[in-house]
Design a protein around this ligand. Structure first.
Ligand code: G3P
Ligand code: MG
Length: 254
């Protein structure tokens, strides 16, 4: 069977594999890759002992069935949790993914990663430092790998990441995530040295897209699951969309 055509980096698989597999697991990345995606967004947080791993929520309840805040658990206790069964029997036993396993996945396939920093309360700076340090080191070991992009809703996490990247002269870029748009957002992105703004699709208008581009920032939009919205966004010149629909790029090309 021939492989599907690979999509360009404008199409970003949200949480690794959108709705096709349990979010933020390696199974999700495999599903995204098999569908033709070569760009992946995922959420990164820290265990109590500082191991970066993938999780969207602050608690483990929804995706592992285990009660409690993720940040209070050690990685040794997290690594064996089942993060697949909630999604379907086929994924039973799928573990939580460490950042290291995702970096290895990306290196082997030359995939592009957008690592969204999802710090626990009070852990923004630490999360920024740990993830930026790990990714900068990985990039030295993998000079041919596409440099990941670090994004966050937390300016504090981005500032901490930025300090690490500057110190190490790492070729990683930053993006500020925002659910809403106003002029402060542009100022904040600039002050952080971000190269892009990642906005909720409802917050994007043609005038705002123009203002963002005029400020020298790229614009990516989450989470876009309808083709008419995507078509509009392309017309407004956005640089990328995060989608849960792995079938969407093929529909657009049809
Ligand atoms: O990074 C884009 C998007 O993932 C932000 O929202 O809540 O799905 O992480 P959320
Ligand atoms: Mg995310």
């Amino acid at each position: 069977m021939s492989e599907p055509a690979a999509f360009d980096r404008r199409w970003i698989a949200h949480r690794g594999g959108g709705r096709a597999a349990p979010e933020n697991t390696l199974a999700a990345f495999r599903a995204g890759y098999a569908a033709g995606f070569r760009a992946f967004e995922c959420d990164v947080t820290l265990s109590r002992d500082g191991v970066p791993f993938l999780l969207h929520d602050t608690t483990l309840t929804r995706t592992t069935g285990v009660r409690g805040a993720a940040a209070t658990q050690r990685w040794d206790d997290l690594r064996d949790l089942d993060a697949g069964a909630w999604f379907g029997a086929r994924f039973r036993g799928e573990p939580l993914a460490s950042l290291d396993t995702v970096l290895a996945f990306a290196a082997a396939r030359r995939a592009w990663l957008n690592l969204e920093l999802k710090p626990a309360r009070g852990a923004a700076a630490r999360t920024g430092v740990v993830v930026a340090t790990r990714v900068a080191r990985w990039l030295c070991e993998q000079p041919r790998a596409p440099a990941p992009l670090l994004s966050s809703f937390s300016p504090r996490a981005l500032r901490a990441a930025r300090a690490v990247l500057a110190q190490r002269q790492a070729r990683l870029q930053l993006a500020l995530l925002c659910a809403h748009y106003d002029a402060r957002v542009l100022r904040s992105a600039r002050a952080l040295g971000a190269s892009a703004l990642h906005l909720h699709w409802r917050a994007v208008t043609p005038a705002r897209a123009r203002a963002i581009h005029a400020a020298g920032l790229a614009l990516r939009v989450y989470t876009v699951n309808r083709m008419p919205t995507t078509t509009r966004l392309w017309a407004w010149g956005v640089e990328g969309v995060f989608t849960d629909r792995l079938d969407l790029p093929a529909r657009g090309n049809a």
